[in-house]
Design a protein around this ligand. Structure first.
Ligand SMILES: Nc1ncnc2c1ncn2[C@@H]1O[C@H](COP(=O)(O)OP(=O)(O)OP(=O)(O)O)[C@@H](O)[C@H]1O
Ligand SMILES: [Mg+2]
Length: 511
């Protein structure tokens, strides 16, 4: 007898529905899974047989029969243990141990030997697809239920054991599971270790970070060792506005697919701090079954590249595409996969390998050649994509012992940033990026929006053009300067970009 149940698998950040067909035939016992299974799917046979037996049913091994499972579509490589539950239920159906209507129901979950259902990766993406494809009931591990119930309009059942699901489905027994309520988003106040107020001096850098947060601009901090660069960068996420509901869905889906979701869903903007020894694939994403890399994990948040020139050259250059398009294309055997990668990049570096070039008090011991080699690792095209070049010099020592807080608190800065972001959101609300994502900040504007929303009066344009000529700005740098000036004006709550805004923006151009 042949039966069919439904499951799904993550592909990139999306998902594909997988049909689990089961056929039982007379003959010597065998259990075969076809349809491009990987090792984890292959091993499902033993897990499923044990789970079925330990749930009080007759296991496939207890009879002389040929069990054939086909996972369709056959040309999609099947990965991981997510199909276990659907395969086990298909067997119970095929062997007449269970009877239920399979249509519009989808099953996700790995089985433990004792019949318990183990959590899965990528639940949010899977549920989204199931809903789009018209499924009405979705069964998945209890641990994933809150994440899954972020999607409205499909009944989500959290399950603990195979036995529980089987009893619920079998019409002869009463339903014992109730659908999960829609997940409510509660954002807990996160405790940040460093407040902007605790960082002494560094007024220029703090102003730069505020502008970057307001408009979503990339920045580079350059200064000698121990002046607070890493400290500033880590304090940065605390001044960013909270994630919107749409952004929570986007970021949670990514972190869930990568298997690094902490809690049920993301409530804070991600801050990723990959080490400079990280591999190309770890940063960019990829692999046999492509997984998102650090640049995608920092989507809608911050990518902190501390000690920037120490990163592999290939890694640094790979940032070009995401910094321009807000996404990254990862090549794989069959076609390509596109991952979103809209992040604010914060890089830190010393001015030279010893760190003291340009210092008034310490002598630089680096040779000219080694300084050049160090600085050359950050190529022109990368510098061109950085809007704010901030010097972080040595702070006068007396300031460290001062009792008074240094400048505004993170909370005060956050409020100013939120006001500037609101202005931008209102202005850009009807615009969508070519990939269909909403545009939220000035840095994401294309040249078309720039013309519409960042008008420069004649005298202001003249100043910019003169400066662009003497600084030999590229077309990209020219446009980026206008976007930065737009953000500076928004922070000041001003409608028009003035001479002062342009001059401040120019002052941050990489030297
Ligand atoms: N401006 C500052 N205000 C308060 N503390 C500071 C400041 N600058 C440095 N410190 C102290 O020095 C420590 C090191 O700072 P941090 O790691 O940010 O330096 P850095 O600029 O990143 O140095 P490196 O170039 O070596 O990475 C901090 O943990 C803090 O205790
Ligand atoms: Mg540092």
């Amino acid at each position: 007898m042949s039966v069919k149940t439904f499951s799904a698998q993550v592909v990139g950040l999306k998902a594909d529905i997988v049909e689990v067909e089961m056929d039982l035939a007379r003959g010597l016992h065998s259990f075969t899974i076809v349809g491009l299974p990987d090792k984890a799917v292959e091993e499902a046979k033993d897990r499923i047989s044990a789970a079925i037996k330990n749930s009080g049913f007759e296991s496939p091994q207890s009879k002389n029969q040929k069990v054939i499972v086909s996972l369709a579509p056959a040309d999609l490589k099947k990965e991981g243990p997510v199909f276990d539950l659907a395969i086990a239920l298909a067997y119970l159906l095929a062997s007449d141990q269970l009877d239920f209507e399979v249509e519009k129901k989808i099953f996700l979950g790995e089985l433990a030997l004792d019949g318990k259902i183990r959590p899965i990766k990528g639940a949010l993406s899977l549920v989204k697809t199931a809903k789009q494809k018209g499924f009405e009931e979705l069964y998945l591990p209890k641990e994933n239920v809150k994440e899954a119930a972020l999607i409205r309009g499909i009944k989500i059942f959290g399950c603990d054991t195979l036995k529980e699901v089987a009893e619920h489905l079998d019409e002869k027994i009463n339903f014992n599971l109730t659908p999960s309520p829609e997940t409510e988003i509660v954002v807990e106040e996160k405790f940040f270790n460093t407040d902007f107020q605790d960082i002494m001096g560094q007024e220029t850098a703090k102003r730069g970070l505020e502008i970057a947060a307001a408009g979503g601009h990339n920045l580079l901090m350059v200064g000698p060792p121990g002046t607070g660069k890493t400290m500033l960068a880590k304090a940065f996420t605390a001044i960013l506005p909270p994630l919107s509901f749409e952004e929570i869905l986007e970021t949670t889906a990514i972190h869930s697919v990568a298997g690094i979701l902490e809690g049920d869903f993301l409530t804070q903007r991600p801050l990723r701090t990959p080490h400079h020894t990280s591999s190309y694939v770890a940063i960019v994403g990829g692999g046999n079954y492509p997984k998102p890399g650090e640049i995608t994990l920092s989507h809608r948040g911050v990518l902190l590249l501390d000690e920037f020139p120490e990163f592999e050259k290939r890694v640094i250059e790979s940032l070009r595409q995401p910094l321009e398009d807000g996404s990254i294309t990862v090549a794989r055997a069959r076609g390509t996969i596109n991952f979103p990668a809209k992040f604010i990049m914060i890089c830190t570096m010393n001015p030279c390998p010893c760190g003291h070039k340009g210092s008034r008090t310490k002598e630089c011991v680096c040779s000219q050649a080694s300084i050049q080699r160090y600085q050359r690792k950050i190529s022109g095209p990368i510098l061109d994509r950085i809007d704010l070049y901030l010097e972080v010099p040595q702070v006068e020592h007396e300031k460290f012992l001062a009792n008074a807080p240094s400048g505004d608190s993170s909370q005060t800065i956050k409020e100013r940033v939120a006001r500037a972001r609101n202005i931008q959101r209102e202005r850009l609300k009807k615009i969508k990026s070519p990939k269909g994502l909403p545009i939220l900040t000035n840095s994401e504007m294309s040249n078309k929006e720039l013309k519409a929303f960042a008008y420069l009066s004649e005298p202001v344009a003249k100043i910019l053009n003169q400066a662009a000529k003497s600084l030999d700005l590229s077309g990209r740098a020219y446009h980026r300067t206008i976007k930065l000036a737009r953000t500076i004006a928004d922070l000041g709550g001003e409608e028009n970009i003035s001479e002062q805004h342009i001059l401040e923006a120019l002052q941050y151009r990489p030297k």
